[in-house]
Design a binder for this molecule. Structure first.
Ligand code: HPA
Length: 275
């Protein structure tokens, strides 16, 4: 039997979702670690466990139960992705971004990527939200590696505007209206799953990064290949290693998400209302 291409698999996942009422919506919204409370702002209409969707990889991390939920947020229909998978779980980056391609097959028009991240610069305090301006792909791989399929976009993808300037300005304006402090900076994507050493954090700072995390980068790349504009929003869950004198823990990351999730929910509602 002929092996299915990446596009065929994304289309098969999309078809499964279409049969369950999912469809073309103005935005897909991916929730990072501990940010599930953002779903409180959603009038849920359809919900599917990612483990039921053909070709979807299974999430294996605490705080990342896998679901796709379609519903209304601020009067607009969105599809929320909860429980993305990461390269450190053993998945190829092509599998990590499978959901992005599925959303594109469904006709989703934009992608909002949220994540928890370590703050590398002192201006970014734990609990603060931060616009991702650009990224450093330090994951050692690319989701676009491997055979090329033009139905997914170009072989050599332009990343001059990996994160959409117009969406970023909208988010900044909405944050200002709401009185939410929104930082901005470059996100360094590392493979993980270990947190960084203090020496690595100093190196990242020297490279111009303000944030460090283990997700977001592959998805932004895949979205740009598909021509989807991307908005990236990070919650600074902790000061990166060596900056606060405290050890880092996943529990701390989840807790920061719970605390800041209501600001993130308000900001996302305001942004989505502009679509
Ligand atoms: N480093 C890498 N990934 C992270 C961090 C961090 O400090 N915090 C949340 N995700």
């Amino acid at each position: 039997m002929k092996e299915l291409t990446l596009y065929d698999r994304a289309e098969a996942s999309a078809e499964f979702l279409r049969e369950r009422g999912f469809g073309p919506v103005p935005a897909g919204l991916t929730l990072g670690s501990g940010l599930g409370a953002v779903l409180d702002g959603l009038q849920e209409e359809q919900s599917v466990a990612t483990s039921d969707i053909p070709h979807f990889p299974r999430s294996t991390v605490a705080g990342h139960s896998g679901r796709l939920v379609q519903g209304e947020m601020a009067g607009r229909r969105v599809i929320v992705v909860q429980g993305r998978v990461h390269g450190y779980e053993g998945y190829e980056l092509a599998q990590v971004v499978h959901y992005v391609r599925t959303l594109s097959c469904l006709g989703v028009q934009r992608l909002i990527l949220t994540c928890a991240a370590g703050g590398i610069v002192p201006e970014l305090r734990p609990g603060q939200l931060c616009l991702i301006e650009d990224h450093l792909n330090l994951m050692g791989s690319s989701p676009l590696r491997g055979p090329h399929d033009e139905r997914l976009g170009a072989r050599f993808v332009d990343l001059t505007e990996a994160y959409d300037g117009s969406l970023g300005r909208t988010a900044a304006a909405c944050a200002a209206d709401l009185g939410i402090e929104l930082g901005s900076g470059v996100y360094a994507g590392l493979p993980g799953p270990q947190y960084e050493t203090p020496a690595e954090v100093r190196m990242l700072r020297g490279l111009g990064a303000a944030l460090v995390g283990m997700s977001t980068v592959p998805e932004a790349i895949a979205a740009r290949q598909l021509g989807l504009p991307v908005l990236g929003l990070a919650l600074v869950s902790n000061a990166a290693a060596g900056l606060s004198g405290e050890p880092l823990s996943h529990e701390e990351v989840l807790e920061a998400g719970r605390v800041a999730a209501s600001d993130l929910r308000r900001l996302l509602e305001a942004v989505v209302a502009t679509f």
